[in-house]
Write a protein that binds this ligand. Structure first.
Ligand SMILES: Nc1ncnc2c1ncn2[C@@H]1O[C@H](COP(=O)(O)OP(=O)(O)OP(=O)(O)O)[C@@H](O)[C@H]1O
Ligand SMILES: [Mg+2]
Length: 209
């Protein structure tokens, strides 16, 4: 059996990650491909508990947050993502390593090498086959998240902070063009969906269908 493919969605608050993750899963299922949508932090019972814990009592030290996210990721990889891929299921994760690099690395200034080591221990060789980075001006993303009525803790941070995050995602897209594709998240939902499908078709489907 062919191993499944691993796709991640990244980008700032309100960029459309969750919307597009669901839409892509529907399309893949429609093409006869078993697909699993999951998210980080979270993805397992323990991981969801860790997510809730962090949202409830935000750690004072960014290292704490990084290690909790890494713990959740190790469980996610071992308990959910690797078994699904081994089974031939395609996995779509709503946020993954790039969010850690950008939030804990670029924003909170934790060392790239330290983050990289945790990545190697948790993810190892199972890096995403494709990462879709949804790009949107910070103000637009925050506006969307606010009108959705589910402002998370991060959403309350300043627009400036979110522009820093956006730059972080843009830098990753530029540095790793073999894994990442930048998608204009400003377009209407259906247009973003079409761009995502195009990227998946070009990079992954041409090899399996
Ligand atoms: N292309 C789009 N144009 C306009 N509105 C959109 C678009 N994509 C998503 N939205 C809306 O914007 C809001 C945020 O979208 P979504 O929840 O998918 O973003 P997200 O990246 O998952 O955000 P978060 O980081 O907060 O989880 C939702 O209300 C959604 O319906
Ligand atoms: Mg979301």
């Amino acid at each position: 059996m062919q191993r499944g493919r691993f796709i991640t969605f990244e980008g700032g608050e309100g960029a459309g990650k969750s919307t597009q993750a669901k839409a892509l899963a529907l399309r893949l299922e429609g093409a006869g491909i078993a697909t699993l949508v999951t998210r980080e932090p979270g993805g397992t019972a323990l991981g969801e508990d860790i997510r809730a814990l962090i949202l409830k009592d935000r750690p004072q030290d960014p290292v704490t947050e990084l290690l909790l996210f890494a713990a959740a990721r190790a469980e996610h990889m071992t308990g959910v993502i690797r078994p699904a891929l081994d089974d031939g299921t395609w996995v779509i994760s709503d946020r993954f390593i790039d969010s850690t690099r950008v939030y804990q690395g670029k924003l909170y200034g934790l060392e790239r090498d330290f983050i990289g080591q945790l990545e190697r221990y948790t993810v190892g060789a199972d890096l995403p086959d494709l990462t879709l980075i949804l790009d949107l001006p910070a103000s637009e993303g925050l506006h969307r998240a606010a009108s959705r009525g589910t402002l998370s803790r991060y959403d309350a941070e300043r627009i400036e902070t979110h522009e820093t995050l956006r730059q972080g995602f843009l830098e990753i897209a530029e540095a790793e063009p073999g894994r990442c594709i930048l998608i204009d998240g400003h377009l209407p939902v259906a247009s973003v969906e079409a761009a995502v499908w195009q990227a998946v078709s070009d990079r992954l489907l041409s090899m399996v269908l």
